[in-house]
Structure formats: structure tokens, C-alpha cells
Ligand binder design. Structure first.
Ligand code: ZN
Length: 71
């Protein structure tokens, strides 16, 4: 009964990851999962101010720029 070791689950894909020295990216199973998780974290919680995306773009601009010829 000496085979007790800690296993965690990769927060990204849920793959079991042995918690030991060889797992460089723990608690993630791989560098990829770690980077993906860090990336999503950065995108969601670390909003970078600069270019706010406004889905409700005013349509008046379009009408003025290229409206259908009515003549
Ligand atoms: Zn993973």
C-alpha cells in the first residue's frame, strides 16, 4: 500500500495528472493546456482597453457612404 500518490485533473481537459516532479506543467497535463488556460484567463479577466468592439454599429454611416441609386 505504498503506491499512494496525488493525482490532479488538468483544469483544461480533465486528464489525470500525477502530481510529481516530472510534471512540469502541473496542474496541467501539458504545456499546451497550460498556455490555453492562461490565454483564456487573460482574455476574459484581463480586458485590454483600447479597441472596444461595438456590435451596434450605427447604420447611418453605411447609408451615407454607399446607398442604392434612387435616381
Ligand atoms: Zn490537459
Amino acid at each position: 500500500m505504498s503506491h499512494i500518490y496525488t493525482v490532479v485533473r488538468c483544469p483544461r481537459c480533465g486528464k489525470p495528472v500525477p502530481w510529481n516532479e516530472t510534471q512540469r506543467f502541473r496542474p496541467f497535463c501539458s504545456e499546451r493546456c497550460r498556455l490555453i488556460d492562461l490565454g483564456s484567463w487573460a482574455n476574459e479577466d484581463y480586458a485590454i482597453p483600447g479597441e472596444p468592439i461595438d456590435p451596434a454599429e450605427p447604420s447611418e454611416d453605411r447609408n451615407g457612404a454607399e446607398g442604392p441609386p434612387t435616381d
